[in-house]
Design a protein around this ligand. Structure first.
Ligand code: HEC
Length: 181
């Protein structure tokens, strides 16, 4: 009897993982992306105020991968991506690249890019656009906006950095929540 109960419990828990409904997955994705966004923003603002821009590069280079690891669990992979990536792990795959390209077209038409949701079998992909805000240019703008010391620090940690030359309102990339069983 006990064995039967244990077996039923194991089967039930396996089923639970496989049977998360699409609307539940969507809710989880939105909440995980929201947490990532909130934590990054709070951390960055606080770090810039207390330590300055240059030291915040190091801070961001630690906190961003830490958050990705913390939030990626139970089948979810949470990260940020960009066509012009700073962190080498943030280059989009073919499907994500297609969404970014589509958003660029939407922006060129003067419209706002919307959250993208796609489902294939049991896998699930949610992407939220990231547009550049005025306070981002100190680390992602042009030569006159990024201090030379800040630029050196960026290149020290990310020798292949491509994430500069952005203007306010540009599509910087996306938050990605991907679910695979
Ligand atoms: C203090 C400098 C600094 C500021 C200010 C800053 N960033 Fe970044 N940004 C970084 C660093 C460093 C990374 C690489 C983090 C990592 O290794 O994951 C990064 C990575 C990113 C990424 C992930 C894709 C990639 O290229 O690796 C996005 C998207 C991004 N930043 C958007 C923004 C936006 C939007 C703002 C303004 C709200 C902003 N950043 C402000 C330093 C900064």
């Amino acid at each position: 009897m006990i064995r039967f109960l244990i077996l039923s419990l194991v089967l039930f828990s396996l089923q639970c993982k496989g049977n998360i409904s699409d609307s539940e997955k969507e809710k989880q994705a939105v909440s995980l992306i929201g947490e990532m966004q909130k934590e990054l923003l709070t951390n960055l603002t606080e770090s810039i105020q207390t330590k300055g821009i240059e030291a915040s590069i190091t801070h961001c280079s630690k906190i961003s991968p830490e958050l990705e690891n913390k939030l990626s669990h139970s089948g979810w992979n949470i990260k940020r991506i960009s066509q012009k990536n700073r962190n080498p792990h943030h280059f989009p795959d073919v499907r994500q690249l297609a969404v970014l390209k589509q958003w660029e077209t939407v922006l060129q038409e003067g419209k706002k890019p919307e959250v993208f949701i796609s489902k294939e079998g049991s896998s699930f992909l949610v992407m939220k656009p990231i547009l550049l805000a005025p306070n981002c240019v100190v680390c992602h703008g042009n030569d006159t906006e990024i201090d030379s010391k800040v630029r050196s620090k960026i290149l020290e940690i990310y020798p292949n950095d491509k994430a500069i030359g952005y203007k306010t309102g540009d599509l910087r990339g996306a938050f990605v929540a991907e679910f695979k069983e």
